[in-house]
Ligand binder design. Structure first.
Ligand SMILES: [Cu+2]
Length: 281
């Protein structure tokens, strides 16, 4: 490496370091999805934050190198010539492969341990019977609050088997609770997507698809259908999902039980099958 090369390298390194610090600072201010209402969404958000922080210096390094080369090594003479032949740089190649491998392996380890911690946290929390005041669901240790999610053209409705299978048009969940969703459909393929809770699961007729969420913060969330299911698929968005306090949930579910107005469904069952319409009816 001659002196000019060294100057270029030093300039690039300093510019990269300064811009990376600024870039990471900006990246840390960005609020990434999905949110903070469940342990699953908190895990997803922190992993996305980490990936953004790690990838920012890489992105800045690549863009900076391209821009710097375009200006610093631009050919200025009247005659256009090829640059000197490049036979590779062993140290650079080793460093490139090593750094990339370390980043990928680090993310893999963090992702895997996050998944296993999430499962462990669910087991631990449920063994504490955190459901507390939530009706009959609160008494059984290790019990998760069961919520049946039923996709149907053109909305989702929800049943609470722990409370007699009562049906609700909106998804209401108590905070600090382990939830066990049973996702199914009465007609075609849908997909239950509660984005801020960090959960998404296929809703198929005749299938009881189980997925878990542990609520940690109150707030409202949106439920969408994430599977093209027919002409009013786009109508299947409900911004009125809520994680509420356990007391509010108990009041709400008691009211739903009292009103007991079925919305659209056949009697409660773990799964449903579509039936053809009856002629003349
Ligand atoms: Cu749909």
């Amino acid at each position: 490496m001659n002196r000019t090369d060294r100057t270029h390298a030093l300039r690039l390194l300093v510019a990269w370091a300064v811009l990376s610090v600024i870039g990471v600072f900006i990246a840390l201010q960005v609020h990434l999805p999905p949110g903070d209402q469940s342990t699953q969404s908190v895990d997803e958000t922190s992993l996305l934050d980490l990936m953004l922080v790690i990838s920012t210096p890489v992105f800045i390094g690549v863009v900076l190198f391209i821009l710097y080369s375009a200006f610093a090594f631009r050919q200025t003479g009247a005659v256009l010539e090829d640059g000197p032949p490049n036979h590779g740089n062993f140290r650079l190649q080793v460093a490139w492969v090593a750094i990339t491998a370390v980043i990928v392996l680090l993310l893999a380890v963090i992702g895997i341990s996050g998944l296993s911690n999430s499962a462990a946290a669910t087991t631990f929390a449920s063994s504490q019977a955190t459901l507390g005041t939530v009706g009959s669901a609160g008494t059984a240790s290790g019990h998760r609050l069961q919520v049946q999610v039923i996709g149907q053209q053109w909305w989702f409705t929800y049943r609470y088997p722990d409370f007699g299978g009562v049906e609700s048009a909106h998804l209401m969940l108590p905070v600090d609770t382990n939830i066990e969703f049973h996702v199914t459909s009465t007609d075609v393929l849908h997909s239950f997507w509660a984005y801020q809770l960090g959960v998404k699961a296929d809703a198929n007729p005749g299938v009881d698809n189980i997925t878990y969420v542990s609520t940690v913060n109150t707030g409202s969330f949106e439920v969408r259908c994430a599977e093209l299911c027919g002409i009013w698929h786009g109508h299947m968005a409900d911004p009125n999902g809520q994680v509420v306090s356990q007391a509010d949930f108990a009041t709400w579910i008691a009211q739903v039980q009292k009103d007991d107005v079925g919305i659209s469904l056949p009697p409660y069952s773990p799964i449903y099958f579509p039936h053809p319409p009856v002629k003349g009816s």
